[in-house]
Structures are given as C-alpha cells and as structure tokens.
Design a binder for this molecule. Structure first.
Ligand code: ADP
Ligand code: MG
Length: 410
C-alpha cells in the first residue's frame, strides 16, 4: 500500500469536510450511509454538494463504496485516513511535503517528510490490517476477522501506543528517535541518519556493541518493559566520527593513539507497538526471545559469542524499579489506554506475526541485501526499489503516477 499525495492539492475545502464526516461516521458504522455523511458534513450546497465531494473522494480512492452493503454507503480507505492525518500535520505546520518511502516495515510504511523549513522527519504509517498474500490460507481467515473498521482502530492504537512509549522512553534518556507528533494511525518522529543493524556488515568492536544492546534490554527491564521485537531491523546504528582523545589506556599502541578520528557507534532503538510489561504473563518468553535475537545475530554476522550466559529474566525481574527507575509500563498504561484496547492490539500484532511467519532474528535466508523486498508483504511494489536515495516522489497507482519530484500538500 502506497501513499499517493497527488490528489491532495486538488481537494476543495468541502471535500475535506466530507472526508472528515466519513471518518466521524465510521466511529459507529462500518459502512456510513450517504444520508449520515450529508448530515454530518452540513455543507452549504446541501446534498448535491456532498454528492459531488463523495464522487471526487471515491474517484481518488479515499473512500470506497461498499457493493454488498444493504444500503448505499461508504467507508474510509487507508488512503483516506492517510490524507486526514497528513492534513492535520499540514495544518499544524508539522509537515509540508512528502518525500520518498524509506522502508516498508512489517506493519507500516515509513516515509520521509519535511516541514516548510525543509527539515526532514519520518512519518510512520501503521497498517495493521495489511498481511502477506504469500501465506494465503491463514491470511484469508485473518482478513475475514479483521474486516470493517477494525484495521483503523487497531492501526490507530498501534500509533498511539508507539508514540506514548517513545515519549516515555525519550524522557528517561533512552536512545530512541525524538517523537514529534501523532495523528490517527501515524507517528511523526525525528529522522535518524542511520542504517538498521541488519545492513551493517562490520563494526569496530562487536563485543562493545553487544554489551550495549544487552544493557539496553536490561535497562528497559528495570523500567518494567520488554521491547518484544528487539532485532537487527529495529536497531539503527548511528555512526559518528569524532576527534579521538589521545588515550593512555594500556594495550593501545602508538598508532591508534595518533589516529585523528574515532568512529563512535550508537544504537538507536525503534518500533514499539508490541512492547510488553515485565509483568506480562509471557514476559519471560518475550525477554528471552529479545536476548536470543541479539545473541543469534551477533554470532551469525560478527562471529561473536558472549562469554557470559544470560542475562536471565529472573535476575532482570529483581531489578524492576531499582535505582529510582520509573515504571514505564504502568505509566503508559495509566495514560489512557484501556486494558481492552491493549489486549486487542496485542492479539492483532500476534496474529499478524503468526500470519507472516515471524521473521525476527531469522537467520541466513534473510542474509542477502534485499531486506526491503523481503519485508514488503503486500506485493505491490514490484515496480520500484523503495530504498533508492533519489526516488523522491511517493509512488501511487500506475495511472495516478506523478512526475513532480516533491509533492506539496497545499
Ligand atoms: P515496522 O513496525 O513496520 O517494523 P519500523 O518502525 O521498524 O516499522 O520501521 C521500519 C524501517 O524504517 C526500519 O527498519 C528503518 O529502516 C526505517 N525507520 C523507521 N523509523 C526511522 C527513523 N526514525 N529514522 C530513520 N529510519 C527509520
Ligand atoms: Mg520494525
């Protein structure tokens, strides 16, 4: 699923109103009856004007007519929800233009966007209803269950939860991208100038990076959290060159001391919708899985094996809240997420993971350089390489393809 912003500039104020009306109507209706759209949008031109907007919106795929509906009605599409979120960011001056897609995650699209000063940011669009067509059977059941508006509800929840955790983690000094804003099923965040660990073939000191990642897992645990998807795709490696301080450490020879530059490697953690509490009933399994992901990856990629066993869940559990660590699991759950909502989200994420056959920390079969292709599960991106640096416009359907390099939304 790709976001094509071309139609954005052509929408009139009335069209936005009608699109918003469809969104409001979808809170209580899976298919929003046309008369309801009319009454919510209250356009001056009356029903005729509303119908004109409905046609315009349906034509560019922002709303869809449901053929099997017993009554005449429409539903919001992912595209429609994307537009509403972008419209909100644009009105708050947080996003002015949409650039290329830098990643297709497992349950998301990741776009580079910019504000009107040209500052680049990342827009993560959650797409929790999207599944692989490669594993058709299980997905068909999945699709049936997830029909209607629940994709919207679940994707929004994923974005809200992710944003809440990013803020909490950032406040506690964890290395995560700066969260900027959140709207509907999207999160706006800092663009980290880094590649996923998955794409890094060499690091100066694997043991040091390994230790840092394990200590991040332990620090999360101290704050009551398990990432739950702590793998080489969700750890970005920032490389910074700085002037090297002359070192007097023993064991360093003259040559290294004289080197001008030092390469510092900082891991940045991303991707939080699946975070779980240390009190979760399957916490130990999630904790061990995260630890083993790191171990397995370091062994395969860097031929590094830690000398110590563990860390173990039972030891991590003892550190909960120690040294004044704030319980972030409780803090976020208390910030307005209902138990039911979190359960729904968890179930959906798990189902989706099952449907795609979990690839976290999967081994050699993913060890080629086509990570992006492997991760694109909706099978609609054969026509382009999403990671191309100079691929600036957001590709749409073939017939809507635009030749504008950068798409202003105003
Ligand atoms: P998903 O939940 O679908 O796995 P992620 O949040 O893990 O999505 O993002 C998918 C990919 O997008 C990452 O592996 C990374 O390459 C890129 N990415 C995500 N967020 C950022 C960011 N803030 N800065 C730079 N790249 C990012
Ligand atoms: Mg990810």
């Amino acid at each position: 699923m790709k976001l094509d912003t071309k139609a954005m500039r052509h929408l009139a104020a009335e069209d936005w109103r009608v699109l918003t009306a469809v969104e409001i109507g979808s809170k209580n209706h899976e298919v929003i009856p046309t008369p309801l759209i009319e009454s919510i949008s209250k356009l001056r031109g009356g029903a005729n004007r509303v119908h004109k907007s409905i046609s315009a919106l349906a034509k560019v795929g922002l709303i869809a007519r449901l053929k099997e509906a017993k009554y005449d009605g429409y539903r919001l599409t992912y595209g429609g929800l994307d537009y509403l979120a972008l419209h909100t960011y644009a009105s708050r001056k947080e996003v002015y233009s949409v650039g290329n897609r830098i990643g297709v995650g497992k349950e998301s699209d990741i776009l580079v966007v910019a504000d009107d000063r040209g500052e680049q940011k990342v827009l993560k669009i959650h797409r929790l209803g999207r599944i692989s067509f490669r594993t058709v059977k299980s997905n068909r059941d999945y699709l049936r269950k997830r029909q209607g508006g629940s994709w919207m509800y679940l994707s929004r929840l994923a974005a809200e939860k992710e944003y809440a955790f990013m803020r909490a983690l950032r406040d506690e000094g964890f290395p995560v991208p700066v969260p900027i804003a959140q709207s509907r099923h999207t999160v706006l965040m800092e663009l980290v100038d880094a590649f996923p660990l998955r794409q890094i073939s060499e690091v100066p000191d694997p043991a040091a990076l390994y230790a840092e990642l394990i200590s991040m897992i332990l620090r999360l645990a101290q704050h009551g959290l398990i990432h739950g998807d702590f793998n080489e795709f969700n750890i970005l490696i920032k490389e910074e060159r700085s002037k090297k301080q002359p070192s007097s450490e023993k064991g360093k020879d003259i040559e290294t001391v004289e080197e001008e530059e030092k390469l510092t490697i900082t891991p940045i953690l991303i991707d939080f919708p699946q975070m779980v509490s240390m009190d979760h009933q399957n916490a130990e399994m999630y904790f061990d899985r995260d630890v083993n992901c790191v171990k397995r990856f370091f062994e395969r990629r860097f031929h590094f094996v830690g000398t110590q066993p563990g860390p173990f869940f039972k030891d991590a559990k003892k550190t909960l809240g120690k040294n004044g660590a704030k319980r972030l699991d409780a803090a976020v759950e208390a910030s307005g997420f209902s138990k039911k909502a979190l359960k729904d989200l968890e179930a959906a994420i798990r189902e989706q993971q099952d449907a795609r056959g979990d690839q976290a920390g999967s081994g050699d079969e993913y060890d080629d350089e086509s990570a992006n292709e492997d991760e694109d599960e909706d099978g609609d991106s054969e026509e382009g390489n999403d990671s191309e640096e100079d691929n600036v416009d957001v590709e749409g359907e073939k017939d809507l393809k635009t030749d504008k390099p950068d798409i202003s939304m105003k």
